[in-house]
Design a binder for this molecule. Structure first.
Ligand SMILES: *Cc1c(COP(=O)(O)O)cnc(C)c1O
Length: 426
């Protein structure tokens, strides 16, 4: 028996524990984290790393936050879980009220789910049931290349075909329609031809397209691309023109990350269905939500099934909802707008310097997101070690070295992140 004071058994980890997207044949070593506080991850050997990743977009207020800890502890003493079928509870009702209040006005109905991928599955099912209820056969989705919507099957089917290796799942994965991804950057002058391919694809397939699904303004794991708000505005206009639903996947961008509470606000548009996740609980536990309009919800429920056909076991988990409520309260009462705009200003000052390096293809930033794109993919084991040796936690993928730190990061800590990138790439 291992006792709690023993060190993490890294050999067992390598031999038996699967980490995200890793091989059992060639398992790279993992860094043992013992605890975390604020923007710091504390390794077992005592070293402290500044977290540049917010544990994949989620820990916006930093680790071990007193208000979130208190919410979790208090809820734990009442009940950590109860089924949601036929039962309701304060943490869920409060959370749904907050989400309805925070998101664009037409979004009035909230479906709570377990993870980002499930929120995406739910959004796609809502769109399919919507058209089924209206007696129309619309089995396809339209999206853009370089998107990322999750790892479950339906989510994968609308994720970039190359990133998610559609060919591996051929025959099993539904085939949807991919338009060219937006090329016009956020700060560039808008070029109307950027929307042409999307427009053509929508016109061509409109009779079979149930919905368009897109990550607003920032395409995350599919390439960390930051695009022009007019692209999203045109997408909304075209969806309206053809009467097609628009699903905004705000799972990465939601809750202030891009400088707006939701990235859709950059384009002044409101989707018919919106997915949120990641930062929803401030990175404490897994929870997501899919919101929709009264029109979509009522149409879905007026159909043959008489209800929306989904209901996970841990739906509306009270513990997760209680922490999400605390996280959203911290967000609403805090100074996230100033924090994120300070981070953005600092990135705008420091990233161009990194952009001058020969191996760097492009640098870009928006809100609390900074991206360095290289010509060649990084050597993961090497660069990860170099970053850890510099006292930072940055986890690149492929040609992308990027940071999205907790909003509470201080200027000198952010400098450590960007100078570690500069030094490591040099
Ligand atoms: C992370 C992510 C998802 C999937 O969320 P999981 O919680 O990992 O299932 C979906 N869409 C976007 C845009 C994401 O960034």
């Amino acid at each position: 028996m291992q006792d709690l004071h023993n060190k993490i058994d890294l050999e067992f980890d390598q031999q038996h524990v699967w980490h995200p997207y890793t091989s059992t044949l060639n398992p790279l070593p993992c860094y043992p984290v013992e605890s975390a506080q604020g923007v710091y991850l504390k390794l077992e050997d005592g070293r402290e790393l500044i977290d540049g990743m917010s544990s994949w977009w989620s820990t916006i207020h930093g680790y071990n936050h007193p208000a979130l800890n208190e919410a979790a502890t208090k809820q734990l003493e009442k009940m950590s879980h109860v089924m949601f079928g036929g039962i309701t509870h304060q943490p869920a009702v409060e959370l749904c009220r907050k989400l309805v209040d925070m998101t664009p006005e037409p979004l009035q109905h909230v479906f709570l789910a377990d993870s980002g991928s499930v929120a995406v599955e739910v959004s796609l099912k809502m769109a399919l049931q919507y058209w089924h209820a209206r007696g129309e056969r619309k089995p396809k989705f339209l999206t853009v290349k370089h998107g990322y919507h999750g790892d479950t099957f339906a989510a994968m089917s609308v994720t970039d075909p190359e990133n998610s290796m559609h060919s591996l799942y051929k025959g099993f994965l539904p085939e949807h329609i991919f338009a060219q991804s937006p090329e016009c950057g956020f700060y560039n002058e808008w070029q109307e031809e950027d929307i042409e391919d999307f427009k053509d694809k929508l016109a061509e397939h409109q009779s079979e397209v149930a919905a368009v699904i897109i990550e607003p303004i920032v395409q995350g794991a599919g390439g960390m691309r930051i695009y022009h708000p007019t692209f999203l505005k045109r997408v909304r206009e075209l969806c309206d023109e053809y009467g097609i639903l628009l699903i905004a996947d705000e799972i990465a961008t939601g809750f202030g990350r891009t400088g707006k509470l939701f990235a859709c606000e950059h384009a002044g548009v409101s989707p018919d269905i919106m997915c949120v996740g990641k930062a929803l609980t401030g990175g404490y536990m897994t929870l997501s939500a899919t919101l929709t309009t009264k029109h979509v919800a009522d149409t879905v429920c007026g159909g043959e099934a008489g209800c929306f056909m989904h209901g996970p076991t841990f739906m509306g988990n009270p513990l997760a909802c209680a922490v999400a409520n605390a996280s959203l309260t911290v967000l609403q009462q805090g100074d996230w707008q100033q924090q994120v705009s300070n981070i953005e200003a600092q990135l705008a000052e420091t990233l161009p310097e990194i952009g001058k390096l020969e191996k760097v293809k492009d640098v870009r930033w928006l809100g609390a997101i900074g991206v360095v794109e290289l010509f060649e993919p990084v050597n993961m084991a090497e660069i990860q070690k170099a970053f850890v040796d510099s006292g930072v936690w940055i986890r690149p993928f492929g040609t992308l070295v990027y940071i999205m730190p907790p909003f509470i990061i201080k200027p000198q800590e952010l400098s450590k992140l960007t100078s570690a990138i500069l030094r490591t790439l040099q």
